[in-house]
Design a protein. Structure first.
Length: 419
């Protein structure tokens, strides 16, 4: 029996779902296929997906190729038209046991008489399951608590790939985390597409902070809890309370900021203004001195002037950002931003480079400030780990894996700390 080959592009949530698909495919007895879990966040991501499919087809000439993920959901016809592709499966279908059961028995000939494209309307999906996987990565587990997004930012294709917001019930999340802690995971990361919208579709409309507090109360053996990217304008009272009072909630937040200019934020259809972002960071830092922030920022959004871009550049310092994810604007067909007046390509590239340089300088300041400190480091490999601030640390000698250790930081190499 030859197990399927899986390739993942894009976000952590995709990587999480690939692990769930591996289990579904194994349970169904699927053999010899190649499964590509695609990303659609930019046009470049779609191009890379097609490139990866062609490469895997060359490496696995006899294998049927199944394409799924956000790009398959938003552009099924693009992938169905590729000679290398056997089947295109939507984001909802990929998480259903019956999908894999239908594919598996027929082996290499599973295309049969059935549809080549299995992609339904993702916006009609009302629920999301808590996919019970044993975590990916050996010592940090990711738990999907939410999927989809109810907002319609003008640049974003993701709601059309993921559907509307759906939440995993708190009880299911808590039981999964208990199971993961029982298996030896020292750290759990809550993940989703629009994490701060968790709970809006559940009875009583609980908030993300309620879930965080419940996890920490009901899973006392969990050493470290993280939350992935959040929309700071939606941070609720209990989430801020957890930041202030719960040492097991890690002092690192990744913020979906996107820009630093109010006019561009309005054209993006974001729900916050620059002062909201600055105020949130100041308040979180007051509640948890030393907290570290990452952020997503887009360079070259349509109509962005040099002055508007400078407001994004200044936001790095004004919010005290440390880890920057910079995205050169990429028009996505079908989104309102794709119809707006474009910034010239060279200007987008140059602005993205300036933002990345500001991010590198901010990271360097953080690394230099950490030297000489003692930090709690989760050892992810014999010579690599991360502090509570999510900063990478390399070790001078082999250390036991999967433990949280107090280490003194002795230096840095410009990208990571040394201990």
């Amino acid at each position: 029996m030859k197990p399927p080959v899986f390739a993942t592009l894009g976000c952590r949530l995709n990587a999480y779902e690939t692990e769930a698909m591996k289990e579904l495919a194994a349970a169904a007895g699927l053999e010899g296929a190649v499964v590509v879990n695609t990303c659609a966040v930019t046009a470049e991501a779609v191009r890379k997906a097609k490139q990866e499919i062609r490469k895997l087809a060359r490496e696995n000439p006899q294998a049927p190729i199944i394409v799924t993920g956000c790009a398959a959901q938003t552009e099924p016809e693009t992938f169905a038209a590729m000679a290398e592709v056997t089947r295109v499966i939507g984001n909802h279908e990929k998480m259903q046991p019956e999908t894999w059961a239908a594919l598996a028995p027929k082996g290499a000939d599973f295309i049969g008489e059935t549809e080549r494209v299995m992609v339904d309307d993702i916006l009609s999906v009302k629920e999301t399951a808590g996919h019970l996987i044993d975590g990916f990565g050996r010592h940090r587990a990711y738990v999907q608590v939410q999927n989809g997004c109810d907002h319609r930012c003008t640049f974003c294709i993701i709601p059309y790939g993921r559907g509307n917001s759906r939440s995993v019930p708190a009880g299911v999340v808590v039981e999964q985390i208990k199971r993961l802690v029982g298996k030896g995971f020292a750290e759990v990361v809550l993940t989703g597409v629009d994490l701060t919208s968790w709970g809006a579709d559940l009875p009583g409309a609980p908030r993300l902070g309620d879930l965080v507090m419940r996890i920490l109360r009901l899973v006392p053996d969990l050493a470290r809890l993280r939350i992935s990217s959040i929309d700071s304008i939606e941070a609720d009272e209990n989430l801020m309370l957890a930041i202030a009072t719960e040492p097991r909630l890690m002092p690192h937040l990744h913020l979906s900021l996107q820009h630093g200019d109010d006019m561009i934020l309005k054209r993006m259809k974001r729900r916050h203004l620059r002062d909201d972002a600055i105020r949130f960071c100041e308040e979180a830092r007051r509640l948890r001195p030393g907290i570290v922030f990452g952020a997503d920022i887009i360079a070259g959004f349509p109509t962005e002037t040099e002055e508007m871009f400078e407001n994004s550049l200044k936001l790095v310092e004004e919010c005290g950002l440390t880890f920057l994810h910079v995205f050169p604007f990429s028009a996505r067909k079908g989104t309102p931003a794709a119809r707006m007046p474009r910034v010239a390509g060279p200007a987008i590239k140059e602005r993205a480079a300036r933002l990345r340089a500001a991010g590198e300088a901010a990271l360097l300041r953080h690394l230099e400030a950490e030297v000489g400190q003692e930090r709690q480091v989760l050892t992810e490999g014999p010579r690599l780990g991360r502090t509570e601030y999510f900063t990478e640390v390399s070790f001078e000698r082999d250390l036991p894996e999967g433990t949280v250790m107090t280490l003194r930081l002795t230096g840095h190499d410009g990208a990571r700390l040394k201990a």
